[in-house]
Write a protein of this length. Structure first.
Length: 186
């Protein structure tokens, strides 16, 4: 993979995945330059999930005996690759971009695992995988000294109040792989 985030053609980055609509991005404060970074981060993540050189490495991480944990680990692997590329190129990726892209990638990878017959992910399984992904990402950040636990708690409370949304419901919709306000197809 090229160093840094690269612009991914729309068809290349969306292989079956749903990019959250602009109103969801705006609710999470992702607009302008951050939206472009989000689109590149997510597109590159989709390329890792679907790319010839990387898809087997990612999908092999999902194990039927522990599907939620292994799905979270597979998404974490994708995010680690994206973060390493961005860091090498000295590109900053805002935390909200990482978080929302990670949720979207989780929904996409769950669809891929289901299509491959590895595991089934109902809404509860996706939420459990999401909670494991978020916990692992926060733990990595705290070990690296990137996050202070008290600051995280305060930031979460401020964000919930500022966004005037139910973060759990919004994240659940994204993890399910469907845009807000639309019903999931059969």
């Amino acid at each position: 993979m090229e160093k840094g985030l690269r612009k991914v053609r729309e068809a290349e980055g969306q292989k079956g995945g749903e990019i959250p609509p602009d109103d969801i991005l705006q609710q999470f404060g992702i607009e302008g330059k951050e939206q472009k970074i989000f689109e590149m981060y997510l597109g590159n993540g989709m390329q890792i999930i679907h790319g010839r050189e990387t898809r087997d490495q990612v999908i092999e991480r999902i194990r039927p005996e522990d599907p939620e944990r292994s799905l979270a680990d597979a998404v974490s692997l994708v995010m680690d690759k994206l973060d390493a590329s961005a860091k090498e190129a000295r590109q900053g990726v805002p935390e909200m971009v990482r978080a929302l892209a990670g949720i979207t990638l989780l929904g996409q990878l769950a669809q891929v695992a289901e299509a491959a017959g590895i595991a089934k992910f109902d809404d509860d399984a996706k939420i459990l995988a999401l909670s494991k992904l978020l916990a692992s990402q926060l733990a990595k950040g705290m070990r690296a000294g990137k996050y202070n636990p008290q600051e995280l708690k305060q930031a979460a409370q401020e964000a919930a109040a500022k966004l005037k949304i139910d973060p759990a419901a919004g994240m659940a919709k994204i993890a399910q792989g469907m845009p807000a306000g639309k019903n999931k197809g059969a």
